[in-house]
Design a protein around this ligand. Structure first.
Ligand code: TXA
Ligand code: MG
Length: 330
């Protein structure tokens, strides 16, 4: 018998209360954030956190992001120095994840950190996520709610298709407004802040707050999950396409897209990168169909959210390895 599919429920107050109760009981609940849907678990419970790794097929060496309702809740679990406090004050709630040193007296399971002495933590800017965190009354570990290595989910339907048989409940609040994951910065070492993953907060915005970030190639820190192939559709992806074949699907951007594709979706006909980010994963999901030979993607400008979009596209197009599919991807 096939495993039961989780119920997808509209994120009304009664459903949020039910989801919070499931979290407190150690169950997995998928919920919306402003970036992508998260696969939530009680971050203080070893068993619940272990269940997240199992459900995603995620490598145990690849730590999870902990979600909290307020900056004070973050400070209860991790150490924020002056720069981290400025970033938190400026960007929380919002799509910025800070990698910080764990407090000695943290309640967080060591498994959320993959046993490192740091923890990645953020306050999400989504009313449903915030009320769920408030009602759960504890930090919630939540990686993106997709099987490891696959495209990230920006709708409840994406979660249902990818992980529906592995979660207790899916809270549905419609498409995620931002559409790409949070920016991850490492602020765990004195005097340097390093960008680990471009995302919803741009590097320019961060640098406007705290000055230049360290060169990501200069130093040891790379997010453990930042291997090349990731966010991958099943079809091959062809980037910076100037033309398109009749058997290819086309992901376009702006007014003058190449013609002749078997099917075309446009990330933003007006060339708006915020709109493009919001559409990115949903359009990749929609075009990832076996009747096409590949998905061709036109060049996307690298400014603003373009940096995060191009990062995801580059990883989606990277050569696939079994490691990528099963071990390191987030
Ligand atoms: O927008 C987001 O960040 C979404 C929503 C659900 O909040 N979450 C998300 O989680 O994208 P995930 O697990 O798919 O990606 C977490 C990233 C991974 O690249 C992981 O390696 C990195 O954060 N990370 C987590 N803890 C870390 C740590 N202690 N040190 C360095 N990198 C860490
Ligand atoms: Mg992920």
């Amino acid at each position: 018998m096939a495993p039961a599919q989780a119920e997808i429920v509209a994120a009304e107050p009664a459903a949020i209360a039910r989801a919070a109760k499931l979290l407190r009981a150690g169950r997995l609940v998928a919920f919306p954030t402003e970036t992508v849907y998260g696969l939530g678990a009680d971050a203080t419970s070893d068993a619940a956190v272990a269940a997240v790794y199992a459900a995603k097929g995620r490598a145990r060496e690849n730590p999870l992001i902990v979600h909290v309702a307020t900056p004070e809740d973050a400070a209860r679990e991790a150490l924020l120095d002056g720069r981290a406090e400025r970033l938190a004050a400026r960007f929380w709630p919002g799509p910025l994840t800070l990698v910080l040193r764990r407090r000695a007296d943290t309640r967080l399971s060591p498994l959320v950190s993959a046993r490192l002495d740091t923890v990645a933590i953020r306050v999400p800017a989504h009313p449903i996520a915030l009320s769920l965190l408030g009602e759960a009354g504890r930090p919630v570990a939540a990686p993106s709610a997709n099987p490891s290595g696959a495209l990230s989910p920006t709708t409840a339907g994406h979660v249902g298709t990818g992980l529906g048989d592995r979660v207790a409940l899916i809270l549905d609040a419609g498409p995620c407004p931002l559409g790409v994951e949070s920016t991850v910065v490492d602020a765990s070492e004195p005097d340097v802040v390093r960008l680990l993953r471009p995302g919803g907060v741009t590097q320019d915005d961060i640098e406007a707050e705290i000055g230049p970030l360290a060169d990501p190639d200069d130093g040891p820190a790379r997010a453990p999950g930042m291997m090349e192939s990731h966010y991958a559709p099943r079809l091959p992806l062809r980037l910076a396409a100037g033309d398109v074949a009749a058997d290819e699907a086309l992901l376009a951007f702006g007014a003058d897209a190449p013609v002749g594709a078997a099917e075309t979706l446009n990330l933003s006909p007006s060339g708006n990168l915020d709109e493009a980010a919001a559409n990115l994963f949903a359009m990749l999901h929609a075009l990832d169909r076996p009747e096409f030979a590949a998905i061709a993607v036109v060049p996307i400008p690298d400014d603003g959210l373009g940096a995060a979009i191009n990062d995801r596209l580059a990883r989606a197009a990277a050569p696939r390895t079994s490691r990528a599919a099963g071990k390191d991807a987030a």
